[in-house]
Ligand binder design. Sequence first.
Ligand SMILES: Cc1cc2nc3c(=O)[nH]c(=O)nc-3n(C[C@H](O)[C@H](O)[C@H](O)COP(=O)(O)OP(=O)(O)OC[C@H]3O[C@@H](n4cnc5c(N)ncnc54)[C@H](O)[C@@H]3O)c2cc1C
Length: 474
Amino acid sequence: METRIRTLDDGARAVSPEALQALRAAFRGPILRSGDPGYDEARQLWNAMIDRRPALIVRCTGTADVIAAIAFVREHGLLSSVKGGGHNIAGLAVCEGGVVIDMSLMRGVWVDAAGRTARAQAGCTLGDVDRETQLHGLAAVLGFVSATGIAGLTTGGGYGYLTRGHGWTCDNVMSMEVVTAQGQVLRASASENQELFWCLRGGSGNFGIVTSFEYQLYPVGPEIMGGVVAWPAADAPRVLEFFREFTAASPRELTCVALMRTAPPAPWLPKEIHGKPIIAVFACYSGSVEEGARAVAPLKAFGKPVADILVRRPYAQMQSLVDATQPKGRRYYWKSEYLADLEPGALQVVAAQAALMPSPHSAIILFQIGGALNELPAGHSPAGNRDALFNCNIASSWESAAGDAANIEWTRGAWQAIKPFSTGGVYLNFLTEDEGSERTRAAYGAANFERLAAMKHKYDPGNLFRHTKGLVAG
Ligand SMILES: Cc1cc2nc3c(=O)[nH]c(=O)nc-3n(C[C@H](O)[C@H](O)[C@H](O)COP(=O)(O)OP(=O)(O)OC[C@H]3O[C@@H](n4cnc5c(N)ncnc54)[C@H](O)[C@@H]3O)c2cc1C
C-alpha cells in the first residue's frame, strides 16, 4: 500500500511500497507508521498542546541512518522535522503528515577527562551528559531540567547554572558532526567549516542535522552548594528587592533563579504552605562547597523563609531538582523577554502578575544569566543577546484543554506588562508556535539574522530543513 506523505510545497505525495522498502533497506533503526507499536510514544512531545501525526517516524541509530533519512526526504521532496528531546515548546520536532527524523535513540556519551571534553550524540538528554561527565567531577554548560534534549538546547543557544561563568552552551561547543541537506557529513569547528560552525551555534535546525556535539567541560562538583529557599508570596516585594541586590553583587560561580508560583505538594515544603503562593530562589554555586556556603549565607539568612533546602548536594541532583514540576504531557504556553536589569518597575510587574496566575502549575521565572556571555561580541555566535542579564519567562502550565483560554490570556497579559522592560531580545528556544518571523529576528538581532539568512541560501538552498523557527530561503 502507498503511504501519503506531506511534501515541501504543502501538498502530499503517495510514496510507493518499493520506495519505502528501499528506505528500510538503507536504514538500520525502526521506521514507524500510524498504528505501529511505539508510534504514539515516539510522536508525543513534552507540550501536550501540540498533537501531530507524522506519516513516518524514522528512528536513527547512527550517522548512516541520518544520511539515509535525508536522502529519502530530499529525493521525494518531503516535509521533515528533527526530533531530539522533544522539549521544544513550539513542537518543532514533529511535523504533521511528514517525516520525523528522530534522533532520540542516539544517546552515547564519551568523556575525555584529561582533555576536559565530552562528545555526546544528538539524542542525549542533559541528564545523559551530566551523568557521564560527573563521574570525573566535570560538567558541560547545560540547562536546568534533565529531560531536555541537548541538540535543540545547544543549537538554539542554551543556558543554565554555568552560563555566568562560561557563556551560552553553544559558546562552549568545540565541534559538531553534521549531515547537510546534500547528505554530506562534515565536521564543523573553529578550524573546519567555520561558517557552518557559526551558523550551528544558535541557528537551530536550519542548517543540517547534528549527529554529535563535542563540549568543553569544566571542573564542577561532584558536590556543590545548591538548592532553594522559599518565602510566602506576601514577602515578594522585599525578596525581589533583595534578589536584585544579591545577584548584582554575586560572583560568577553563583547563579540564582527567582520564581513565583503556587507551592506544590512537595515534601521539602511544609504542608501548611501547599497550595499557597510562594516566592522561591534557586541557587547553585559551582565552585568549592566551602566558598559556596559563604556565598549563599545572606540568601539563607534573609527574612523568614518557609523552607530552606539550599545545602551541600551532588551537582547531578541539582541539575534535576525541578524536573518533577515540568512533566511531559501537560499543556504549556510561554512568553519570555530578556532583561538588561531588574528595574523596580519590572519587579512590581512580576509580583502583581503572579498574583493573577490561574493555574497552580504556572510560574513567572527570573533566570540570572549575564557574566561571561556579556563579554563576547554580539556576532560571536547567532545566539547573540550579549546585553542580557536576566531571562524573564512567563511559564504557564495546566492540565486540560478547558483551561487553554484562561491560561493563554493570563500569559499574554503578563507578557504585555513585562515587555516595556525588555532588551528587545528574546530566547529563540522559548518561542511558542504563535510567534512569527519578527520574534525570530528579535531572538538573533538584525545583523545575526541577516547573516544566518544569507548562509541558509548557501547550505540549504531548497529549504529542506524548514520545520524550524525559520530563516526563509528562496
Ligand atoms: C522543561 C523545559 C526546561 C527547559 N530548560 C531550559 C534551560 O534550562 N536552558 C535552556 O537553554 N533551554 C531550556 N529549555 C528550552 C530548550 O532549550 C528547548 O526546548 C530545546 O528545543 C530543547 O531541545 P530538544 O532537543 O529537547 O528539542 P526538540 O523539540 O527535540 O527539537 C527542537 C528543534 O531543535 C532542532 N534540533 C533538534 N535536534 C537537532 C539536531 N540533531 N540537529 C539540528 N537541529 C536539531 C530542530 O530544529 C528541532 O525542531 C527548556 C525547555 C523545557 C521544555
